[in-house]
Each structure stands twice: as C-alpha cells, then as structure tokens.
Design a protein around this ligand. Structure first.
Ligand code: NAD
Length: 508
C-alpha cells in the first residue's frame, strides 16, 4: 500500500503488518530515510519507559540537570553543521536558515537550563498577619512525562521551545516530530542520549496523525502541541478523554503595521524577510501589511525593490527553498486566486509565481479584508499590503481576525509604537524589527484564539511544564487557633477585631 502524504511516502513494511514511511527531500524527491509508523502499543511502551526515566530525572538536583542540558547544548553547537544539513535536506530551507533556527534553539536550551531553579525552585512567600505563625513555601514540581507533537517548518527551533523547557523543569519527554521531518527529530533525540545515556529521558516516536492521537490518548501528563488549529482540536478531543492538559501553539496571520514616521527602508526590508523567508512557512511570518496612507506608495516601491532580488531555489544563493509540504501549494494558489477574483491587484508576481515545488514572491494590493488571503493562514511567500488612514485603523484591522500570534509595528515614535503594540491582540509584538521576540529566551511565546493557548519560552514556558506545590509549616502555635474544635469565642472576637483593623478601612 502506498499513500502520498505530502512529501511523505507510506508503505506497508515487507516483513509484517507494521507500516513504514519515507522522509523525502522536497526539492529533489529523493528518499532520505525510512521510519516506522508507530502504533498505540509502541507509543504506550515509550510512555511507560519515560515514566521510569522521569522519576530518575526528577530525582537529580537542579545542578545535575543543568549540567546535562548544557552538555546537550554544547553538543548541538559543535555538531551544528550536521544538523543544519539534515534540516536543509528534510525541509528544503537554505543552510543558513537552518543554522539560524538551530542557533535560536541553542539559546533557549541555555536559558531554560540556567533559569529553571530560579523560576521553579522552592521559595518562601509571606504568610500574612492572619497566618503569621506559618512558614509558607511554593515550588514548581515536574508533571512527569510530556508528549511533544511537533511541526515540520522549524523542526529544531519549534519543538525545542517545549522540549528544552519541559526537560529543564524535570520532566521526561516523548517526542513525535512531524512525519515530514522525522530524521531531524531522531538526530535531536540521539544527540541527547549521547550526553544523557543513563535513562531514556527524551524519546522519539515516529508516525503521523495516528501516532499523534495515540500519544495524546496515552498516559502522558501533558501534551505540548505545535501545528495547525484544526489538528489542535483533534488533539484536545483526545486529551479530554483522560483530562490531560495541553499547550497549543498553532498558526497565525500576523500583521505588520507601518506608521507615517517609520524608517521605510528598514520596514520594507523587515516585511520582505518576515513574509518570504522559509517560503513563508512560518507561524509568526508576516502575512498582512497595513501602511498609513501618507507613506504607502514609497513603502510599496521600497518593498517591491527589495523583493525583486528574492528568489526560491535549491542552490546556495537561493533566498528560500521549495514548499516543504506539496499540499500547501494548493492552499497558497487558492488564496491568490480568491484575492485576485475579489479585485486584488498583483504588485509582485501572481498566479504565474507558482512553479512546483517553488513559489516565487507574491505581493498583492487592494485585497478586500474578507478575502482568504487576509483571513486565513496562507503559509506561503505571499503578502497583502493595505492602505490605512492611521495606525489605529491598522490595529483595528489587525485585530479583526481569528488568530492572535505575533505582530510587528514600525514607527519612529516610541510611545505610539508601544501603545499600538499593547493594543494588538497578539501574544508577541516586535517594534522596528521582525520576529525579534523569538530570539529573546526570557520572553513567553504563544497566542490566543485560533493561534492556541498557553506559553512556551521564558519563565512562563518553564511553569507550563510544572505544577505549583504549596506548603505551610507551622513554626509556632497560633495566637488564636481557629481551626480547632476547641476554638473559643474570645479567639474569634480577637480575630474579628484584627480583620476589621486590617481590612475594614474605607477606601475613596
Ligand atoms: P499539522 O497540524 O498538520 O501537524 C502538526 C503535528 O501534529 C504533526 O506532528 C502531525 O503528525 C501531528 N498530527 C496530525 N494529525 C494529528 C492528530 N489527529 N492527532 C495528533 N497529532 C496529529 O501542522 P504542520 O503542517 O506540521 O505545521 C504547520 C502548522 O503549524 C501551521 O499552522 C503553523 O503556523 C503551525 N506552527 C505553529 C508554531 C507556533 O509556535 N505557534 C510554530 C510552528 C508551526
């Protein structure tokens, strides 16, 4: 049996009923490697192994985990060339882009390893006057086993936002990479085993939807899912059966606002990179630009000029590679056709920009807001550019969609830019640069609406993979023991007087 799932070819294994699938180079269609499509029983076995590994890993102290995670970071850094080649081969993205995503992943492992204790470790909190006899402590304990389901577009950086933080928080991880990038996933897991050989703290399971469903329905303690909103709903339904919590990092339709006082050269350069890099297959890629009318024409000129030098290909000079998942090409095609049919104007490229497996840059103007190219995630090297009377209208239009992941504001006025950034319904906003928030490990990353919920990265990302544990320790007898059946009326009266004194003051 053979069925085509994007660049992945599925075949019935020769020896028995087990299925295997090939990972295929999207630029050349060459088979890279063959992997098992794991079934429920194999997933359950991996999770069981992970449960044992989790207690060993959680039993190490912060320093021991930190050393091991930093050793992993160092290993990835030293062998970055090999990993980058693999990312390039499996996704088709240029080598330099593969290196860039690995660098970002390294920065996140480093931050998670170095900050886990500070963020999650036990700390005293004030008990307050009513409980003054108590010593109060809060700490964040690991959840156990985290199931990580990853996408293919940034096969190192994206899952690492969950894996590194989950491991640093003291959990074991069972990782199912996308069926389009299993070799990259396998490399990451075996590199971890090289530096942490004692227990299978990070394991690989391979397969597509069925394997992912099995993981979501398994005995994991949390699912960290990255992918489309449609798949997130299916994962959430499987998680609901066992009340397994999940964090959902889904798609976006990120807006890019250009105000009248913006540096237009920098804005055009950033919009071009944000939209076209990685063939637009970026969850926080720029898909819509709203430009204030006074600078619209100049911006458009600069943008077109910048994009004129951009081209896809498989050679070392290409700006970006092929579409990694062939099925996405039809979606991009539909969005362009719909935009043009509704009166959109092609400024750069158009329908002829599609030449499988490549799509050359497409910039569309005057595209009505209800078009698919404005409302749905396109996930291709396309951009709509719309004129707005002022920045407020840009914010209003940016906020009108179902997604709420990233956003960009270009303005020379710090106050104006900060106000717009706060108003934007996005989890992250970059001012005067594009996607910079992804490179700051201390910042949380995540969205709302169809972009998902929960946060990876930063302190919030560490807490996402831990549960708060509250402890009180009575350090002296209370002045009035209110939690005793021997409580006296006098104790109650004294306490009521204290509460009135502390909290009964009139305000305003
Ligand atoms: P996808 O939803 O098709 O697949 C994501 C993962 O889910 C894959 O590993 C896939 O095998 C698995 N899967 C598929 N069906 C499943 C099911 N029924 N149960 C369990 N698992 C299942 O997404 P994709 O095409 O791999 O990735 C592209 C999407 O990911 C885009 O929407 C993109 O914006 C989003 N993305 C989001 C972020 C983020 O951080 N917010 C980062 C990268 C990509």
């Amino acid at each position: 049996m053979v069925r085509d799932m994007g660049t992945t070819v599925w075949t019935r294994g020769q020896a028995g009923p087990a299925q295997t699938f090939d990972s295929v180079n999207p630029a050349t269609s060459e088979v890279i490697a063959t992997f098992p499509a794991m079934r429920e029983s194999e997933v359950a076995a991996a999770v069981e192994r992970a449960q044992f590994a989790a207690s060993w890993w959680a039993g190490l102290d912060w320093k021991e985990r930190r050393i091991r995670l930093l050793a992993w970071k160092s290993h990835i850094t030293r062998y970055m060339g090999r990993l980058a080649e693999l990312v390039h081969t499996e996704t088709g993205k240029p080598l330099a882009d593969a290196q860039l995503e690995i660098i970002l992943a390294i920065v996140h492992i480093d931050w998670a390893a170095k900050n886990a204790r500070k963020v999650l470790g036990a700390r005293r909190v004030r008990s307050g006057l009513i409980a003054i006899n108590q010593a109060s402590t809060v700490e964040y304990q690991p959840l156990g086993v985290i199931g990580v389901i990853g996408p293919w577009n940034y096969p190192v950086f994206t899952p690492m936002g969950s894996i590194a933080y989950a491991l640093a928080a003291g959990n074991a991880v069972v990782f199912k990479p996308s069926e389009l990038t299993p070799a990259v996933g396998g490399w990451l897991v075996s590199s971890f085993a090289d530096v942490v050989p004692e227990q299978p703290v990070l394991q690989l399971i391979t397969g597509a939807a069925e394997t992912g469903q099995a993981l979501a329905g398994s005995a994991v303690n949390k699912i960290a899912f990255t992918g489309s909103a449609a798949t997130a709903k299916k994962v959430m339904a499987a998680c609901a059966e066992t009340l397994t919590p999940m964090v959902a990092e889904c798609g976006g339709k990120d807006a890019f606002l250009v105000s009248a006082d913006a540096d237009l050269d920098a804005a055009a350069d950033a919009a071009a990179w944000g939209a076209m890099s990685n063939a637009g297959q970026t969850c926080v890629g720029v898909e819509r630009v709203y430009v204030v009318e006074g600078v619209y024409h100049t911006f458009m000129e600069k943008l077109s000029e910048r994009i004129a030098t951009v081209r896809p290909g498989d050679d070392r000079e290409a700006s970006y590679g092929p579409m990694t998942m062939p099925g996405q090409i039809e979606i991009v095609e539909r969005h362009i056709a719909d935009a043009l049919a509704r009166g959109g104007r092609p400024v750069v490229g158009g329908m002829s920009s599609i030449s499988k497996p490549y799509i050359s840059p497409v910039v569309l103007a005057d595209v009505p807001e209800e078009s698919r190219a404005v409302t749905e995630e396109t996930f291709g090297p396309t951009l709509t550019v719309t004129k707005v009377p002022d920045l407020e209208e840009g914010v209003r239009l940016a906020n009108a969609g179902r997604y709420g992941l990233g956003a960009t504001v270009f303005s020379g006025n710090k106050k104006l830019a900060m106000a717009a950034a706060r108003e934007l319904r996005s989890g992250m906003t970059a001012i005067n640069s594009v996607v910079a928030f992804a490179s700051v490990p201390a910042l949380p990353f995540g969205g709302s609406g169809d972009s998902g919920f929960g946060r990876i990265h930063g302190a919030d990302g560490l807490r996402e993979f831990a549960q708060a544990k509250a402890i009180t320790r009575q350090r002296m007898r209370p002045l009035a023991n209110l939690t005793s059946l021997a409580r006296s009326d006098k104790d109650m009266r004294r306490t009521l007087s204290l509460v009135t004194l502390l909290h009964g003051k009139r305000y305003r």
